[in-house]
Structure formats: C-alpha cells, structure tokens
Design a protein around this ligand. Structure first.
Ligand code: TYM
Length: 332
C-alpha cells in the first residue's frame, strides 16, 4: 500500500494556504487511498526565535485543526514529531549525508535568514540543517508520496537526493519519495502582497486568512485584497497576480477551473464578494468542529498518544537499519 507522510509546522495559526495547499487534500483524498501519517512538526518550529508557551499552544491547536479538518484517526496516523525520537535519530544521519552547499541553496533558508537578520536576530544553525530533519521525517516511514504545497517541493527534491545518495553509499535502505501537489492553489498568495506566499508566520496579517478567522474577518480581508490595475477579470499570474490569486482561491473552494471562472466575471467587486462567501462556507465546518474538539482536549491527547505509538513502531526498524548500514555498532 502507498505510504504517505506530510506535516505542518506550528510557527503560527494555520492559514487558508495550508488548508488549500495541503490539509484539505490529506483529509479528502490521501487518508482514504493510502497508509498515511500526518504530523505536527514541532521541532521545526524551534529553528526560528520562538516563545515556548506559544509553540505548545500552537502545536495543540494545529493537531486539533487537523482533526477538525477531517483527518480520521481510524484511517490515518496523527501525531506530534517530538513524541517520536526516530526523527532526530535519523536527522543526524541525514546531516552526515547532505553537504553544507546543498543546504545553503534552499530558497526557504535564504528567505528566512534574510528576515531573521532584518529583525536584528541571529540565525540558528538548525535553520540551515532543517531540510535534514525534514528528510528524516519523510524517509523514516518509507514514504512514497509527500503531499505539500509548492513551497515545499524543493525540500522534497533534496530528500530524494539524500535517499538516493544514502542507498548508493550504504545499501538499499530508503524508499525514494515524490511530491504531490494540488492542481489549483498549490501556492496561495498574500491578499495584501500577491507576489509573496500567504505564510502563517508573517508579521503583517491583513493579507492572511486564518482557518479560525470569524466569517466577518474573512469577508473584510477578501474585500480589501489588493487587486491589479485594469478592471477586466483575467487569469494572468504574471501581470495580474492579485486577481489570479482570488480566482485560484475561488476555483479551489468551488472545484472549478480558474481560467473558466474568470470568464464569468466582469468586475473585481463581484469576484471578491463570491470569493469571500466561498471561503467562509469552506471554513465554516472546520471552525465549528474545532470548537467542539477544543472543548475536549483529552480526546485530542488520546489521538496523539496512540498516533505516536503507531508512528514509533513504523519508524523504528528502518532507522535501526540505517544506523547499522552506516557502520554504527548495534547496542549489545
Ligand atoms: P508549513 O507548516 O509551512 O506548511 C504546511 C503545508 O502547507 C503548505 N502551504 C501552502 N500551500 C499553498 N499555499 C500557501 N500559501 C501555503 N503555505 C503553506 C506547505 O507547502 C505544506 O505542505 N517544512 C514543512 C513542514 C514539514 C514537512 C515535513 C512537510 C516538516 N517535515 C515532511 C512534509 C513532509 C513546512 O514548513 O510546512
């Protein structure tokens, strides 16, 4: 059976980008057709300046939201990364497989170092080695497919390279994974700056729709979205990024095709109004279910406990095998 692994990092409240690019597909498709694991990758949240209490809160919220979005613990494994030691055990072997040059080439590393420096802070070493931990997340489970948004594709490519290199050096150990991306909305853009990604850890929030935003807040953000010069509605990412983004979001919400949808509108106002309502309706059940689950944290804990146990049992044999393969003496 196909093995799927993916994760979300608790560095901020989950956004519409996370939902359309990743989580919705995990719930609607992936968990039904494969043996799937979905992880709150909390160790990755420590790669930038962080507040411990906030990471704890956001980790719990992310896990609750994954369940609210429809992940069913009877069908898939939902867990928290730091509960399963195999991730960090294997990450070290990945650091010993990767070169520092290939880590420095990662787009996210370049972007994040720039923003950490702009804030006057230092850059944590773990921000550089982050893709080694991400590769470990994926490879520990013999993953075939990694469903992610467009921004993570480069990290999955690197994971493939590391898996191939490891297998060549030390013998067949890892499955070579591949990325899957949604057809539309693989990169949802910030509503106030449609040339940059809608990101949960960005400081300016007016262009970011959070999954737990109240309907009125969603409407306001969409109605105030930056649109482009001109007034005709066309789907042109290069010339009209703001309008193209709204069309992508509307298409993703309604299951349509952005180019065709463009033909149905002759004003930005009408497009915004329909997009706002489509997003409100898409998120309504998730918000409602989240409220129910958040009122019963013990049930979420039980899911995470069971998930970690299952994940550990799946990862352990492969990580042990990798330790043997590189020449480490097995415990006696
Ligand atoms: P993270 O937490 O930034 O994002 C979680 C998922 O949401 C997708 N995504 C988006 N998709 C479309 N438009 C957007 N604006 C948008 N923003 C985020 C991401 O592509 C991702 O699929 N490094 C990962 C977490 C991770 C991981 C893994 C993922 C750690 N280990 C192993 C897969 C497999 C990250 O920071 O995702």
């Amino acid at each position: 059976m196909t093995r799927i692994f993916s994760g979300v990092k608790p560095t901020g409240h989950l956004t519409l980008g996370n939902y359309l690019g990743a989580v919705r597909r995990w719930a609607a498709e992936d968990q039904h057709r494969a043996d799937a694991l979905f992880c709150v990758v909390d160790l990755h949240a420590l790669t930038v300046e962080h507040d411990p209490a906030r990471v704890r809160r956001l980790s719990r919220q992310a896990a609750t939201l994954l369940l609210a979005a429809g992940l069913d613990p009877q069908r898939c494994t939902v867990f928290v990364q730091s509960h399963v030691d195999e991730h960090t055990r294997l990450a070290y072997l990945m650091e010993c497989t990767a070169s520092d040059g290939e880590m420095r080439r990662m787009i996210q590393y370049k972007e994040k170092t720039a923003s950490e420096r702009a804030r006057g802070g230092g850059v944590r070493l773990s921000l550089l080695t982050y893709p080694a931990l991400m590769a470990a997340d994926i490879l520990a489970y013999g993953t075939d497919e990694v469903p992610v948004g467009e921004d993570q594709a480069q990290h999955v490519e690197l994971t493939r390279d590391l898996a191939v290199r490891f297998n060549q050096r030390y013998g067949q150990t890892f499955v070579i994974p591949r990325t899957t991306q949604p057809k539309v909305a693989a990169r949802v853009m910030d509503l106030q700056d449609p040339t940059s990604k809608m990101g949960k850890s960005h400081a300016r929030t007016a262009g970011i729709i959070y999954l737990l935003d109240e309907p009125e807040a969603v409407r306001k953000k969409v109605m105030r979205a930056v649109t482009d010069g001109g007034s005709d509605v066309v789907h042109d990412r290069a010339e009209r990024p703001g309008v193209a983004n709204l069309l992508d979001v509307l298409a993703a919400c309604t299951g349509g095709d952005p180019e065709k949808i463009a033909g149905q509108y002759d004003s930005y106002g009408a497009l915004k109004k329909d997009t706002a309502e489509a997003v409100v309706e898409l998120l309504r059940p998730v918000r409602e279910r989240h409220a129910e689950l958040a009122a019963d944290p013990a049930s979420v804990d039980a899911v995470l406990r069971d998930g970690a146990e299952r994940a550990r049992a799946m990862a352990r044999p492969r990580v042990d095998e990798a330790y043997r393969a590189v020449g480490l003496l097995p415990p006696v």
